[in-house]
Design a binder for this molecule. Structure first.
Ligand SMILES: Cc1cc2nc3c(=O)[nH]c(=O)nc-3n(C[C@H](O)[C@H](O)[C@H](O)COP(=O)(O)OP(=O)(O)OC[C@H]3O[C@@H](n4cnc5c(N)ncnc54)[C@H](O)[C@@H]3O)c2cc1C
Ligand SMILES: *[C@@H]1O[C@H](CO)[C@@H](O)[C@H](O)[C@H]1NC(C)=O
Ligand SMILES: *[C@@H]1O[C@H](CO)[C@@H](O)[C@H](O)[C@H]1NC(C)=O
Ligand SMILES: *[C@@H]1O[C@H](CO)[C@@H](O)[C@H](O)[C@H]1NC(C)=O
Ligand SMILES: *[C@@H]1O[C@H](CO)[C@@H](O)[C@H](O)[C@H]1NC(C)=O
Ligand SMILES: *[C@@H]1O[C@H](CO)[C@@H](O)[C@H](O)[C@H]1NC(C)=O
Length: 493
């Protein structure tokens, strides 16, 4: 009986002190001792900094903190580090295809990080493709007039120049973000209006297809969130102004395998935080962590907590957000992006089939599908195609795969591609990247959203990294960690 009753009693007691009500702060050691008693057989780890979330931002922050000589722990829910990296090895050819993160732009710290991981790099090459345009809801071909390369790149260069001009306001962090009434109007405009203002027409499909589509409603979000996901550096890569890298092996997962081997015992995968106590005034944090495979618990205490996952209500549930934290994150909305590697004999050789609505004709560059939608089927090599499917929060793997299957059958039944005879796509690998591209409204930005977001740094011994606090691209996140987050945490100790 004791083992059943004790945890409830302990939790009730801790909840009192974890809440924002006046109460003597729990002692971390007291909390840890109580959990150890309530969960017999638990391990215990006391560290300087615990990082939760082992994707791009969390893994990089952990390396920096480790190199600063701190005792650290990196906790990841999935079986391996890497987050949105998905490296698929074709068992038939041994060729590797990255169908999540494809490439790394070069920013301050990028080369040094690859070097620290012991990885030499190369400039990636991608399969050449032949474009097709079709409405995936009917399968009908759309007579979209693709821009010529010269005007397409001229429009992209215009975007690059403007985004670069504003970049110090949001890169590498929002530390220089202007006061609410001084935010440049350009950054508040719905991106569709911004793009019309600067006549970006000829580069809209380029901005959309690879990256902007992940926002789900690219044309209506405030422009700052477009610049956050399609940054100036990314435009620079297309324009040939700057290099991009992948590991020499052409397998992006190597980055995270290397982090895993450097950090050794400091990495806990398959691990979920189930309870937490976070103290004010940098008093530290205690986490109860459960191994999802063995069911066993580890009690962790740390002087500082770094959270490196998207702050959705599901993800943050075990962290008992207070009113200040909830008030900020409740204003965020997220899109969901799925990516898969598929094959099908009816998909034309070397095709890149874009999904556009029937209105994307007669020079209309501003017509994109309504979410949820399949973004494209893109040839990758070895008869394999990448498919990207985008929706809103709650858009499941089943929903996304069904939509991809229907798109293929629609394309075939309308004669845009060869008949399928009812045969479905073969799904070789699939990844739900979950919520991404946190954004809010113009009104919230003008109400001080970014200021309120950044005021959470250090609140309740907790520091935040990841796309919601910086940018949606790996190397921008590494730059943010290097220049902003890691010094902030280190100096607080
Ligand atoms: C299809 C696609 C292609 C992309 N291509 C590129 C590209 O070419 N170049 C580029 O730079 N960027 C690219 N990106 C974007 C980039 O991958 C992301 O912006 C970046 O990975 C975000 O990093 P993050 O650390 O914030 O989040 P993530 O990488 O998502 O990491 C979060 C981690 O936290 C873990 N986690 C979540 N909740 C918990 C929890 N409660 N407890 C423990 N762990 C938890 C997750 O499992 C995950 O591993 C691409 C994104 C997509 C969707
Ligand atoms: C934490 O508690 C344990 C057992 O209750 C005790 O041995 C240890 O000294 C305490 N540590 C600190 C830092 O108070
Ligand atoms: C990468 O960027 C850094 C910093 O901006 C720069 O010093 C370096 O020369 C760049 N590397 C290449 C290969 O362009
Ligand atoms: C960038 O800023 C400079 C200096 O403020 C300005 O002269 C220039 O016109 C801006 N360029 C663009 C493309 O906005
Ligand atoms: C660019 O697109 C906008 C918005 O659809 C349109 O009003 C404008 O005429 C277009 N410009 C050109 C040069 O086609
Ligand atoms: C479509 O069918 C034709 C006629 O059978 C064939 O020649 C062509 O290769 C097929 N295309 C694809 C992509 O399978």
């Amino acid at each position: 009986m004791r083992s059943i009753l004790a945890p409830a009693a302990v939790v009730a007691q801790l909840a009192l002190c974890a809440a924002a009500t006046p109460c003597k702060p729990a002692s971390l050691n007291g909390t840890a001792s109580a959990w150890l008693k309530a969960y017999p057989g638990s391990a215990r780890k006391d560290v300087d900094v615990v990082v939760v979330g082992g994707g791009s931002a969390g893994s990089n922050a952990a390396i920096h903190l480790y190199d600063a000589g701190l005792d650290i722990l990196l906790i990841e829910a999935k079986p391996q580090l890497g987050g949105m990296v998905d490296s698929y090895t074709n068992p038939e050819t041994g060729n590797v295809f990255d169908f999540g993160v494809a490439t790394y732009t070069n920013l301050t710290g990028t080369e040094a990080y690859f070097e620290r991981l012991g990885l030499s790099t190369k400039i990636p090459t991608f399969a050449t493709t032949v474009p097709y345009y079709a409405d995936f809801t009917t399968g009908e071909t759309v007579a979209f007039e693709a821009p010529d390369l010269v005007p397409e790149f001229a429009a992209l260069a215009a975007y690059y120049e403007i985004a670069k001009n504003y970049s110090e306001l949001f890169m590498p962090s929002y530390a220089n973000w202007p006061a609410p009434d001084e935010i440049p109007e350009d950054l508040l405009l719905p991106f569709g209006e911004f793009a019309a203002k600067y006549e970006l027409n000829d580069t809209m499909l380029l901005l959309w297809a690879g990256i902007g589509a992940g926002l789900a409603d690219m044309l209506s979000i405030p422009t700052i969130f477009m610049m956050q996901t399609f940054g100036p550096q990314t435009a620079g890569v297309f324009l040939g102004n700057t290099v991009q890298f992948v590991p020499e092996s052409g397998r992006n997962q190597d980055i995270y395998d290397s982090v895993t081997s450097i950090l050794g015992d400091a990495v806990m995968v398959n691990s979920k935080v189930t309870k937490s106590v976070r103290l004010p005034d940098n008093g530290g944090a205690a986490l109860l962590v459960q191994d999802q495979v063995t069911g066993s618990y580890t009690v962790v205490t740390a002087k500082r907590l770094v959270i490196a996952f998207e702050p959705t209500s599901d993800n943050t549930a075990p962290f008992g957000l207070d009113a200040q934290e909830t008030a900020v994150f409740n204003k965020g909305t997220w899109s969901i992006v799925h990516t898969g590697i598929v094959s099908h004999p009816s998909l034309p050789d070397e095709a890149l089939i874009y999904n556009l609505p029937p209105t994307a004709v007669n020079g209309n560059d501003f017509a994109f599908p309504e979410p949820p939608f399949v973004d494209f089927f893109q040839y990758m090599g070895d008869d394999l195609y990448q498919v990207i499917v985008v929706g809103w929060e709650g858009f499941s793997i089943d929903d996304a795969q069904t939509m991809a299957q229907e798109a293929l059958q629609n394309l075939a039944s309308s004669g845009t591609i060869n008949a399928t005879d009812g045969v479905d796509l073969t799904i070789k690998s699939w990844s739900n990247h979950g919520p991404m591209d946190m954004r809010t409204s113009r009104e919230e930005l003008e109400g001080g959203f970014i200021q309120d977001l950044y005021a959470l740094q250090g609140h309740r011994s907790t520091y935040w990294t990841g796309a919601a606090f910086s940018s949606q691209l790996s190397t921008y996140l590494w730059y943010y960690n290097l220049e902003y987050l890691v010094p902030l945490v280190v100096d607080s100790l």
